[in-house]
Design a protein. Structure first.
Length: 632
């Protein structure tokens, strides 16, 4: 709108000056500018006095109502986000894998039982009956829980299940569970967990920054104990950082502060040893190995009632243990999910699962399943243009290209940012954020920067040169006083010089684009018209009053025609003063947003691809290199 007003004002002023004498035009512009400036000033003062938060009701909300509204909004966002993610991961298709959880056997990894809870002996449950585990969690003295286990045992999956169970139908006084990757917590910057969680809430859920929730809604929710942090993947951070996390949790958590933490058992034990002791009043649980009977029952549930192929050899091998590689594979949630995805989902012939000659080792069988995973998932998800099916692809993907893309993502997430072997580095963290990819892809090369700089310089220089040249031509054609602005120096040359300077500044800054974080802006107009009008009048008044001041000063002292200066200031105020969004610009969430897929995670088992750091150079050099997820 500012550009349109600029063009309209420029055309109108040029037509006005072409039809009137210079002195008459100057006097008319002076009077008009004075009246418009005073009117704009009055409107600006009125807008300032009448200013009130956007979206407020007829009566102001008190602190309790505002806090309750913010908590309700966060609850809805978290519920929608993770129900969507659970659907994408197929956590209940056909039903959750029944993994049994119990208190960890190593007593040195948990605090005194009487400090943890009075009913610890009953803290047993299965992931297909997560309501029982959620009930046991609520009965803990301080509601602190650590979920441990080996690779692929379903730690993150259980954390998501608990989150979904704790969100709905809960006591209004209970906190809102919020899952965040622990690798984003820098204890040197935020020693207290509460401060970091408040920062993450403000960035991951920018809707909380709306004015209707008051100032620092995220910080207030955390300070009042309305947030249950679920810290996922402590084993993914460097060893010194794990010890720092343990120390910070023990040092800064108050009596009523709650949390859920997931970590591999070995890394958790090492962190406790280095961090100064056990986590205070926290229950520590671990999974039991999936029994052959449970594995057979789950796989039968995944198959059609009448399978096309004979699964009898598989059932026999599970019962008598004649195929140890298959038995070991089905002891974990990851192994069961791989078999159900590759074989049962499409009712593929399972003969190869028990072929010890073809797969003489466990690693060979696991590699086979990973090799078949990508083609199976692509073939199983037919493309669809139906908006009601947002989780299906819009076109058929090439499995070879998908493998190459995922290999690069694994390299990007697991390899450090510095390069020591001639290969491109990654981001050095498994907290995937799509906007960080540009910094490691090599897209912004010197040639790209130079091309963008030249294009921007030519565009700006030609535009300013043409505009200033037209002003110079109109001045010398229609005005009696020639060359009154820059003397005999052509204005067009000045515009070209200004364009070159602007282009150089643009070129200097374009190299920093890959480091920028995207922002959040609320572009909705509904219920914000008053704010838009106030912002518009503010900049209009600024332009009018600036031009009016120069007009009066020039007229009183030298009597020079300053109508052009007034017009320039008015144009500037309108063209550079677009209404700003009601919500401040915030970085987007790094966790999965509603409707988004989490890249580089295995559907259904929650671990990032390449959880164990691979050899970066090999992963980058060999497109066929198997960079496999070791799910949690």
């Amino acid at each position: 709108m500012g550009i349109a007003l600029f063009i309209a004002a420029a055309s109108g002023m040029a037509l006005y000056l072409s039809r009137r004498e210079l002195q008459e035009a100057d006097q008319s512009a002076s009077v008009i500018s004075a009246f418009i400036g005073l009117a704009g000033l009055a409107l600006a003062i009125y807008g300032t006095l009448a200013d009130r938060p956007i979206g407020s009701t007829s009566r102001p909300m008190n602190d309790e109502e505002t806090l309750a509204a913010a908590k309700k909004k966060l609850t809805d966002l978290v519920s929608q986000q993770w129900h969507t993610e659970a659907t994408i991961r197929s956590l209940a298709n056909p039903r959750p894998i029944p993994i049994s959880w119990h208190l960890i056997d190593d007593a040195s990894l948990m605090d005194h039982p009487h400090l943890v809870g009075e009913h610890l002996l009953t803290f047993n449950g299965s992931s297909d009956k997560v309501a029982d585990l959620a009930h046991a969690f609520r009965r803990l003295h301080r509601r602190r829980l650590v979920i441990t286990g080996g690779p692929g045992t379903g730690k993150t999956t259980l954390a998501i299940q608990l989150l979904l169970e704790l969100v709905p139908d809960r006591d209004p006084a209970d906190p809102v569970p919020v899952l965040v990757p622990v690798n984003g917590w820098d204890t040197s910057v935020h020693p207290r967990l509460q401060d970091w969680i408040a920062t993450r809430l403000a960035s991951d859920y920018p809707e909380l920054n709306a004015r209707e929730f008051g100032v620092d809604a995220a910080k207030t929710l955390v300070a009042h104990g309305h947030i249950l942090p679920i810290l996922d993947g402590m084993d993914e951070i460097p060893e010194p950082a794990r010890a720092a996390v343990i120390f910070a949790l023990n040092r800064w958590l108050a009596y009523g502060d709650q949390f859920i933490l997931t970590s591999r058992t070995t890394e958790f034990a090492a962190a406790l040893e280095q961090g100064g002791g056990v986590l205070r009043a926290a229950a520590v649980i671990a999974p039991a190995a999936i029994t052959p009977a449970v594995a057979e029952t789950h796989l039968r549930d995944c198959l059609p009632p009448v399978p096309r192929h004979d699964w009898t050899p598989v059932w026999s091998a599970l019962r008598d243990g004649s195929c140890p590689h298959l038995s070991r594979l089905t002891e974990t949630a990851l192994g069961l999910w791989l078999i159900s995805t590759v074989y049962t989902a499409r009712d593929t012939d399972p003969t190869g699962l028990t072929d010890t000659a073809r797969f003489p080792a466990y690693a060979a069988l696991l590699a086979h399943l990973f090799d078949e995973l990508i083609p199976t998932l692509i073939a199983d998800r037919a493309p669809s243009d139906n908006p009601a099916e947002p989780f299906l692809p819009r076109h058929r993907h090439d499995p070879v290209k998908v493998r190459h893309w995922l290999t690069y993502l694994a390299h990007h997430l697991t390899c450090p940012s510095g390069s020591t072997d001639g290969e491109d580095g990654g981001q050095g963290t498994r907290d995937f954020a799509w906007w960080r990819l540009a910094a490691t892809t090599g897209t912004m090369t010197f040639a790209t920067q130079l091309a963008l700089t030249v294009a921007a310089t030519l565009l700006v220089a030609s535009t300013l040169g043409l505009a200033f040249g037209l002003v110079d031509w109109a001045e010398n054609t229609y005005l009696e006083e020639k060359d009154q602005y820059l003397g005999e120096f052509p204005l067009g040359i000045g515009g070209v010089v200004g364009g070159l300077v602007a282009g150089g500044y643009f070129g200097f800054n374009v190299r920093f684009w890959v480091q920028d974080r995207p922002g959040y802006a609320d572009l909705r107009i509904r219920r914000r018209s008053a704010a838009l009008i106030r912002r518009f009048m503010h900049w209009l008044t600024l332009g009018l009053m600036g031009g009016l001041g120069l007009l009066l000063t020039g007229s009183l002292e030298e009597g020079l025609p300053e109508a052009g200066i007034v017009t320039i200031f008015v144009w500037f105020g309108l063209a550079t003063g677009p209404p700003r969004p009601a919500c401040p610009v915030r970085p987007p969430r790094t966790g999965p947003a509603p409707g988004e897929r989490v890249a580089a995670r295995v559907p259904g088992r929650g671990a990032a691809a390449g959880r164990r750091r691979p050899r970066c150079a090999a992963a980058a050099r060999r497109p066929g290199c198997r960079t496999r997820p070791a799910a949690r």
